[in-house]
Design a protein around this ligand. Sequence first.
Ligand SMILES: O=P(O)(O)OC[C@H]1O[C@H](OP(=O)(O)OP(=O)(O)O)[C@H](O)[C@@H]1O
Ligand SMILES: O=c1cc[nH]c(=O)[nH]1
Ligand SMILES: [Mg+2]
Length: 209
Amino acid sequence: MSTVTIVSHPLVQHKLTRMRDRTTSTKTFRALMRETATLICYEVTRDLPLDEVQIETPVAPTTAREIAGKKLVFAPILRAGLGMAEGMLDLVPSARVAHVGLYRDPESLEAVEYYFKAPQDIAGRQVIVVDPMLATGHSAIAAISRLKAAGVTDLRFVCLLSAQTGIDNLSAAHPDVPIWTAAIDPELNDHGYIVPGLGDAGDRTFGTR
Ligand SMILES: O=P(O)(O)OC[C@H]1O[C@H](OP(=O)(O)OP(=O)(O)O)[C@H](O)[C@@H]1O
Ligand SMILES: O=c1cc[nH]c(=O)[nH]1
Ligand SMILES: [Mg+2]
């Protein structure tokens, strides 16, 4: 089963509460999405390997550390993942981006792919899949399957809010992919929305409803 890390930092929890609040405006929701993503990114990248390099400070030569290996790839699931990816790119500006276009069919709740564009050499890179919401898990499972089909072997999944169902389904389908989330809510409603949740993350980010 996947390892699941709850990002319980007080700043993340406070901002998530503001995002859950139905009176929060589109402008503020988008800003909070970016801020929480930056904070969660800090946790997800905590164990990145480091190399030692020789540099010269203005005072003396020294050995210092830098992130090892190829640049990370963030893979936002469109649309709502875009808002989170912005915040992660604030912290890792040299990361590459793979866009995975999926929408959830409102009747079947199955994920439907409409776009995929990734760096050519993605297979050799660590990929962090980004989507604020993990509800049934169908979208995350489809995105990760698509990335594995492209040759990716080193994957992580990051969301803001999840339902236990989504955690269980994703973990069963891709047990090798660790999950980070700020909270796990108890249930889904008949339309597959997380309860209490925060509503439709894409609509609230882009003001489409
Ligand atoms: O775990 P699941 O049941 O698959 O649900 C989660 C998915 O639903 C939302 O996307 P949506 O289909 O609403 O697309 P959007 O981001 O374009 O609004 C959300 O951003 C996730 O991608
Ligand atoms: O609660 C939910 C479930 C899926 N997608 C969302 O945006 N919100
Ligand atoms: Mg949506």
